[in-house]
Ligand binder design. Structure first.
Ligand SMILES: [Zn+2]
Length: 288
């Protein structure tokens, strides 16, 4: 084995416990793997799905050290390993978010939700479900205010208000923030980091789902534009976005990508994970 390969083995280390199985009744009830948003079979990537009825994200154990020094901002990490992070903004939505959580659950995909404080106060049970199912919750301000366009006092109230709503809902303090509308500047990023310990999370892949181009377009953009280490942006308040997710997620899984939360992605970059039990899965990816 070449030396570089050996060292890479130790670099990207994952403790993979391959998924053993959920109960068969679960699968029958909840498996929407081959359906589009209307419950119909078909779609851009359905060929793959039909041949691989068990497209599931492997179970990863990637510890996230809360004391880990993080960079000011991330839109991707540098890695050759096939990890990506799916992120959803602006929820929780009382109908769309639970549907999305069902879609993620049958695929064992852990995502990151940048939630708005007002919605968090209204639907705290959905925040608790996110956490219980292994997802990460991040700050998206109380009222979806553009942080670089308001006073520091107003920005502080927006950030703290959302943080308190999340803590009230699930007891976990967020450590990442996505600026509403992507409106941010370096001064605000530094302030968020120094005052609250937040990293600002941007994105590398933007399917522009909020412009409602259609579910097929959203799915195709996500699958065709994503590379290893990238953070993908979407919004869980739009029905067509949810409808695009089975095709988008199955498309990425069938290309060999594996889903982790944003904080896990950051940990992978920091090489915090140190044991590989299933390296073949990894290296198969590079040649595929
Ligand atoms: Zn937003």
């Amino acid at each position: 084995m070449p030396r570089s390969l050996i060292s890479r083995l130790f670099f990207f280390i994952i403790s993979i416990t391959l998924f053993i199985g959920c109960s068969s009744s679960d699968k029958e009830k909840n498996n929407t793997a081959f359906m589009d948003g209307n419950g119909n079979k078909g779609g851009v990537f359905s060929g793959n799905s039909k041949r691989n009825p068990m497209l599931r994200n492997p179970e990863f154990s990637i510890p996230v050290d809360p004391n880990l020094a993080r960079s000011l901002t991330y839109s991707r990490i540098r890695t050759q390993a096939p990890f990506v992070a799916m992120t959803f903004d602006d929820g929780p939505h009382p109908v769309h978010t639970p549907r999305l959580l069902d879609i993620l659950k049958v695929r064992n995909i852990k995502a990151t939700f940048f939630v708005v404080g007002t919605n968090t106060r209204r639907y705290p049970h959905i925040i608790r479900r996110m956490v219980a199912e292994g997802h990460e919750v991040g700050n998206h301000t109380v009222n979806h205010k553009y942080l670089s366009r308001i006073s520091i006092e107003e920005a502080r109230a927006e950030v703290l208000g959302c943080e308190r709503a999340i803590v009230a809902a699930c007891g976990i303090k967020p450590r990442i923030l996505r600026p509403p509308g992507g409106h941010i500047n370096n001064r605000v990023k530094v302030w968020l980091n120094r005052e609250f310990g937040y990293s600002t999370i941007m994105w590398a892949v933007d399917p522009e789902d909020w412009k409602r181009p259609g579910s097929g377009v959203v799915a195709h953009r996500i699958v065709s534009e994503t590379d290893a280490g990238e953070i993908i942006l979407a919004h869980d308040i739009h029905g067509p976005t949810i409808a695009a997710m089975p095709r988008a997620l199955d498309g990425l899984l069938s290309k060999g990508y594996r889903f982790v939360t944003v904080s896990q992605l950051i940990s992978i970059e920091r090489r915090q994970v140190v044991k590989a039990e299933e390296p073949s899965e990894f290296y198969g990816f590079k040649n595929s």
